[in-house]
Write a protein that binds this ligand. Structure first.
Ligand code: PLP
Length: 349
């Protein structure tokens, strides 16, 4: 039943650890991370805290747990978070923010996943007895459902300033922050400077099998550790995971520009195919969203036919698809995938 997938463009989580990464993991020095005795975990946390210009960091098993731990640390039940309506926290985390942190979400309508300081100001509630407390603003860098857009630094600064002026904290879902840094040629630290908490994913563009690292002040990370324990995210010899992260920082960060060029190339091929419309005006990073209504096939049906030919591209709605480039997809793979899409559409027409 399982198809052989030759080219997996469904997500940048599809990467397998490379030979070099596996060797680094196998050779990792380890200890008990809960006792702060794992040298590899300690080194990774120090390195990412420094990369993002923060005092401290904590390794967590996933990006979703980074968001959840940050929300639990910033907020109390009944508090409100202001964020994009298409944010990962809203639509792709099992409702964890409400189920586990008891917060409610004030969602901002947005196409590309960004919003303005005015959008935020309009949703900050004035403190009165029966009014929920506006507590946190969350931004995704890059925006996932927004098409991989990079938040401009000045917009981030404006939003953060507006939030902080009313006593709110500011959180970055930095699942693809390193993509943004490479695409904009702006150090990750400069983006992160405006945020009280920020994390980056090891298992997306960086090509690791597992993990995310959440950063903030020393006091914030101490509180975050309590939630890490409560959620069962405290590990033991997690150095094998951290070693992959350290390897990725050395080998897989600068090359992200190749993924962006490949996404651009894929978009150029797709946009001239009959029946296909790109959903973002420009491809800034590694995500390509496109509408397939004009092909006469639903996204689901097109995805199935591609899969039968060894190409995986995910449906992102009835007529929308999302293709994601990453470490395990070469330029030739992208060209081949585009040819298969073209052939499948032509066979339908
Ligand atoms: C993937 C992703 C997450 C969750 O990360 P996992 O490591 O898969 O748990 C959170 N936010 C955004 C924007 C993402 O793309």
């Amino acid at each position: 039943m399982a198809n052989t997938i030759r080219i997996d463009l469904s997500s940048d989580t599809a990467t397998r650890p490379s030979e070099g990464m596996r060797a680094a993991m196998a050779a990792a020095e380890v200890g008990d991370e809960q006792r702060f005795e794992d040298p590899s975990v300690n080194a990774l946390c120090q390195r990412i805290a420094a990369l993002l210009g923060k005092e401290a960091a904590v390794l967590l098993p996933s990006g979703i747990m980074c968001n959840l731990v940050a929300i639990l640390t910033h907020c109390r039940p009944g508090d409100e978070i202001i964020l994009a309506e298409n944010a990962h926290i809203v639509g792709s985390e099992g409702g964890g923010a409400s189920a586990l942190a008891g917060v409610q979400l004030a969602c901002i309508p947005t196409k590309d996943g960004t919003f303005s300081a005015d959008d935020v100001a309009a949703r900050i509630r004035s403190a009165r007895g029966r009014v929920p407390r506006s507590r946190l603003v969350s931004m995704e860098q890059t925006t996932n459902r927004g098409g991989g857009a990079v938040w401009p630094l000045d917009v981030i600064a404006d939003v953060a300033e507006t939030a902080k002026a009313s006593g709110l904290s500011v959180h970055m879902d930095g699942a693809r922050l390193v993509n943004a840094a490479v695409a904009a040629d702006i150090p990750a630290e400069k983006f992160a400077a405006h945020f009280d908490s920020v994390w980056l994913d090891l298992s997306k563009g960086l090509g690791c099998p597992i993990g995310g690292v959440l950063c903030g002040t020393r006091a914030f990370i101490e509180d975050a550790w309590v939630w890490k324990h409560r959620l069962g995210g405290a590990m033991r010899q997690a150095g094998v995971i951290a070693a992959a992260g350290l390897y990725a920082l050395d080998h897989n960060m600068a090359r992200l520009s190749e993924d962006h060029a490949n996404a651009q190339l894929l978009a150029e091929h797709l946009q001239i195919m009959p029946g296909i419309t790109l959903l973002s005006p420009s491809i800034q990073t590694n995500l390509v969203f496109f509408d397939v209504s004009g092909t006469g096939l639903s996204a689901e049906a097109l995805a199935e036919r591609l899969l039968a030919r060894g190409i995986r591209i995910g449906a992102a709605g009835p007529h929308h698809m999302r293709a994601v480039t990453h470490l395990d997809v070469s330029r030739d793979d992208v060209i081949e995938a585009a040819e298969v899409v073209k052939a499948v559409i032509a066979a339908q027409a």
